[in-house]
Design a protein around this ligand. Sequence first.
Ligand SMILES: [Zn+2]
Length: 155
Amino acid sequence: MKIMWTTTLYEACQKNEMNVVEASDEPQQPFQLCQQCHERLLTYSLRPIEWYNLAVLHSPKQFLLHDDFYGEDGQAFQLEEEVIITKSEKAPTLQAVRHDLESLLDFSITRWFLEDDVIDALKQHDQQKILASIKSRFNETEHAEVKSRMVRNRG
Ligand SMILES: [Zn+2]
């Protein structure tokens, strides 16, 4: 429950306090955002790290996060060209997360498909720890799509 509380405060940018709730495809789990992220969510112009943080919690299959609007690394196709993405706004790469199991599992949730390089990275970790972590995430999330991804990761 402690984890749930922390994430409700800072869902997308993880900087500002949440003050807007926007319906997601999952009635039990709406997006919880600050004003600026909410505007960017509705205009399909989230920064990559904001897209990533939301995809970890809600899965990338949400309509508002969908691959019609965002690339796999969270870059928004609708973003005006003059918007410069700073280093801290970029989404993590596989290279950056592969040695940390929790970050790697977050990363795997954000993928449209689990590709071999992600599976290989998962195989480098202790299988028991992976199972334990998936189990505890499975119990924490109310989100059906994230749950089904967790189950697929087990295989
Ligand atoms: Zn925000």
